[in-house]
Design a protein around this ligand. Structure first.
Ligand SMILES: [Fe+2]
Ligand SMILES: [Fe+2]
Length: 175
């Protein structure tokens, strides 16, 4: 099994249970071991959460919902699509016109990068392309994509609220 040296180091800061970790490695070792995917750890998604951490948490959340609600998604596709759904590889917080429409454009950019770097199934491609629904008008065509939409929004909300909470705490301490 090929695992990059800093792979465990990155995971040490992320709260993911062992059974979920095993599933991630089993279905997406090529993604997790790639230098390009590791680049996502250098970009912030929400609050102080990196894109890397966000994508891992979304994949973990999607696995849990799939198991608990017995949705019977293709687990391999669910994990791979979730890991790569925000594979846009730039800092979207920098002020620019392009970044002002990031919410609408990053699914297509992520899909282009992901197709360039990894072998993806039709389900995985559909998941990435339509994960911002309903902000982007076309819904996903598969249940894996619908589940990704839910897991992504749930994690994004959690990360944003956590970030706001920490900002409040810092402000209160500085008073
Ligand atoms: Fe996204
Ligand atoms: Fe996301």
């Amino acid at each position: 099994m090929i695992i990059r040296n800093d792979f465990p180091k990155l995971w040490a800061q992320i709260d993911i249970k062992d059974d979920i970790r095993e599933k991630l490695i089993m279905h997406a070792e090529d993604i997790l071991a790639s230098d390009k995917f590791h680049l996502t750890s250098t970009f912030i998604q929400h609050g102080d959460v990196s894109v890397y951490e966000h994508c891992l948490m979304v994949a973990a959340c999607a696995i849990k919902i799939n198991e608990q609600l017995k949705i019977k998604c293709n687990e391999r596709a669910l994990i791979r699509g979730a890991l790569l759904h925000d594979y846009f590889l730039y800092d979207w917080h920098e002020k620019s016109w392009e970044n002002s429409i990031h919410g609408y454009t990053h699914p297509t950019k992520s899909l282009k990068n992901a197709c360039h770097d990894f072998d993806l199934s039709a389900i995985e491609r559909d998941m990435i392309k339509h994960h911002m629904f309903p902000l982007t008008p076309t819904p996903p065509r598969c249940r894996e994509g619908a589940l990704l939409c839910i897991a992504d929004k749930f994690c994004a909300l959690k990360e944003t609220l956590k970030g706001k909470g920490e900002l409040k705490k810092k402000r209160a301490l500085n008073k």
